[in-house]
Design a protein around this ligand. Structure first.
Ligand SMILES: NC(=O)c1ccc[n+]([C@@H]2O[C@H](COP(=O)([O-])OP(=O)(O)OC[C@H]3O[C@@H](n4cnc5c(N)ncnc54)[C@H](O)[C@@H]3O)[C@@H](O)[C@H]2O)c1
Length: 287
């Protein structure tokens, strides 16, 4: 155990699985007292008790954090249990359907708005009065999809773009109260979502995801948690309004997506201009 979060109290939403579990365990191993928050069916109690078994401090909170009353109860739980709140990690989120927009269901769209967008809004709103008391901070889950968009789940990218713009605005607004706000933007991470067996991606999407980043593999939940740790700690005292990508370079190397383009789009148009000097070796580079 190290002590980069010694004395801090943190809520981690979506803390029962995937990246959230890694954040909870990382934070606890660095001395934080953690509220592991998730939906009633999430294994939040298991994660809290696993932390306790290793000598860390954690309690579980079960509730739908897109609802104002339950978001408030979650913050109260932290204050009742540990006396204060220093850190809010808005990690909860869903990725339910992959489909072309023409077939994308309104139910999935509403579901993502509720769980990716409203959770961030409600939890930030509920936590801020406590965070302001302690000059705390918020770190929210973006995604490479929130920067670049993502085909066959276009609304998901939109919800993550919301989280990015929301956090930047909040950083500007809350600086006056001493509260920092940042975003972590994961690329394809090795959780249930990015496996065809356990998520909505088909075999081809799974393969493209792995090929589309510079490192040629999924990131691990722990590699993402490491960056949450830095941003939530006092070491990041001069970092606010930032988006830290943890994406294996996917935002600068989108990979072989062009191979899938429709033939009509992948043919160069002839054009009308008489261009003689584009491809004949004339260049200013080596003159
Ligand atoms: N896995 C990836 O490749 C990836 C990539 C980019 C961004 N992200 C982001 O990271 C975060 C975690 O993703 P993950 O892969 O670990 O997924 P996950 O499904 O393992 O974890 C998300 C958790 O959030 C919980 N949750 C959802 N809605 C909630 C609500 N209303 N109230 C309380 N809890 C709620 C879920 O039940 C789940 O336990 C998400 O915000 C996601 O958008 C993940």
């Amino acid at each position: 155990m190290a002590n980069r979060l010694e004395g801090k109290v943190a809520i981690v939403t979506g803390g029962g699985s995937g990246i959230g579990e890694a954040i909870c365990k990382k934070f606890a191993s660095e001395g934080a007292k953690v509220v592991v928050a998730g939906l009633p069916e999430d294994p939040v109690e298991e994660v809290a008790s696993e932390i306790q078994q290793k000598g860390g401090a954690a309690v579980a909170f079960k509730g739908d954090l897109s609802l104002w009353a339950q978001a408030q109860q979650c913050v109260q739980r932290a204050v009742q249990e540990y006396g204060k709140l220093d850190i809010l990690i808005n990690n909860a989120g869903v990725f339910v359907e992959t489909n072309y927009l023409t077939d994308f269901t309104e139910e999935s769209f509403d579901y993502m708005i509720r769980n990716n967008v409203k959770t961030t809004f409600m939890m930030s709103k509920a936590a801020l009065p406590e965070l302001q008391k302690n000059k705390g901070n918020i770190v929210t889950a973006g995604s490479e999809a929130g920067v670049l968009g993502i085909p066959q789940n276009t609304p998901y990218g939109g919800t993550k773009a919301f989280n990015i713009a929301f956090s930047k605005g909040l950083a500007a607004e809350q600086a006056a109260f001493g509260v920092r706000c940042n975003v972590v933007g994961p690329g394809p991470i090795d959780t249930a979502w990015t496996h065809k067996e356990t998520g909505p991606m088909d075999k081809e999407m799974e393969k493209t995801n792995n090929q589309a980043n510079l490192l040629g593999r999924r990131g691990t939940p722990e590699e993402v948690a490491n960056v949450y740790l830095f941003l939530a700690s006092d070491e990041a005292s001069y970092v606010t309004g930032a988006v830290y990508m943890v994406d294996g370079g996917i935002t600068i190397g989108k990979g072989p997506i062009g191979e899938k383009a429709d033939e009509a789009l992948s043919q160069q148009p002839k054009g009308e201009l008489d261009l003689e000097h584009a491809m004949d070796g004339h260049t200013s580079i080596r003159r």
